[in-house]
Design a protein around this ligand. Structure first.
Ligand SMILES: C[S@@+](CC[C@H](N)C(=O)[O-])C[C@H]1O[C@@H](n2cnc3c(N)ncnc32)[C@H](O)[C@@H]1O
Length: 135
């Protein structure tokens, strides 16, 4: 999750900045959001290079923690990952997904249907300083 942001997304940040430096794109903050929405729009949620039908590594790590299902879990930069689907299926009741792409979040909401109502969806730029309101 966080590793995704550090290793892959920073590359995307660099690409956006590069374009901006060349004067091709305007405001960087707007571009970042537009960039990620565009990625999900053009490739589709299952066409992105990081797509995995099951978030096996994250699920394995979370499983090893033996957390009670009432534990709050935030998928940071969750995009359209199926992690939230599986955590909900396992009974986790306090789930939040944060991502800059409204398009990605909307795709997951549609996939989850009625179950989406029990998840907090946060469309924010984490680099701009979003922090959870609870600890
Ligand atoms: C490589 S994808 C991984 C998505 C998801 N964790 C998965 O495994 O499918 C990185 C995600 O981080 C989101 N992202 C990139 N920069 C962000 C930022 N500054 N704030 C919030 N989300 C961001 C992107 O929209 C994208 O969904």
């Amino acid at each position: 999750m966080i590793a995704d942001l550090r290793e892959q997304d920073l590359r995307h940040h660099a690409q956006v900045r590069e374009i901006t430096d060349n004067g091709t794109v305007g405001d960087a903050g707007t571009d970042l959001r537009g960039h990620w929405d565009s990625v999900y729009k053009t490739r589709g949620v299952t066409g992105v290079s990081w797509y995995e039908p099951e978030a096996a590594t994250s699920l394995d790590l979370i499983g090893q923690l033996s957390l009670p299902p009432s534990t709050p879990v935030i998928d940071v930069g969750g995009g359209a990952s199926t992690l939230v689907d599986e955590l909900a299926r396992r009974g986790f009741s306090d789930l939040t997904v944060v991502d800059i792409s409204e398009r990605a979040l909307q795709a997951v909401r549609e996939r989850l249907g009625d179950n989406a109502q029990s998840v907090d969806w946060v469309c924010e730029d984490l680099v701009a300083g979003w922090r959870p309101m609870r600890r």
